[in-house]
Ligand binder design. Structure first.
Ligand SMILES: [Zn+2]
Length: 144
């Protein structure tokens, strides 16, 4: 049997019946709560970041470079297939506090590549863009 009690509380006892006042109170309360437990939340975030870093390292152990096929987590980078899709470097994401789900979404835009192949790939791509820009700019090379 479910008992339902309807109690009429006078508004002077329940001053936050007003939504806006309630939200203001909540905001102040949250601020106080956070400042009292600052150390706890900092530690918790630190632990979470550490855990995500370990998770990413374990994930990297399952990957091979798409160019030279080396399988070593210490040198695996994530190369964004389309530069315009890039949000952030995947390797920086754990320390910035991103969740595993968001990191996985970013990884799905990438292909695993070792540092050497990644450096060469990046250099070649930039070189390509540079040559294209110079060729199209007739002010720099009027004779072209
Ligand atoms: Zn490689």
């Amino acid at each position: 049997m479910l008992n339902v009690y309807i109690v009429n509380i006078p508004s002077e006892i329940m001053p936050y019946k007003d939504r806006q006042k309630g939200l203001t109170y909540q905001r102040i309360y949250n601020k106080k709560h956070y400042s009292r437990r600052k150390q706890y939340y900092r530690e918790k975030n630190k632990e979470r970041r550490k855990e995500t870093q370990i998770w990413l390292r374990e994930y990297k152990k399952t990957l091979k470079c798409v160019k030279c096929f080396i399988q070593d987590f210490r040198c695996i980078d994530f190369n964004h297939k389309k530069k315009q899709d890039k949000l952030i470097d995947v390797s920086k994401m754990p320390s910035y506090g991103y969740s595993k789900e968001t990191i996985m979404k970013e990884i799905n835009k990438c292909e695993p590549m070792c540092r050497n192949c990644h450096a060469i790939h990046t250099y070649e791509n930039k070189d390509f863009l540079y040559r294209k820009r110079v060729r199209n700019d007739s002010n720099i090379h009027p004779s072209a």
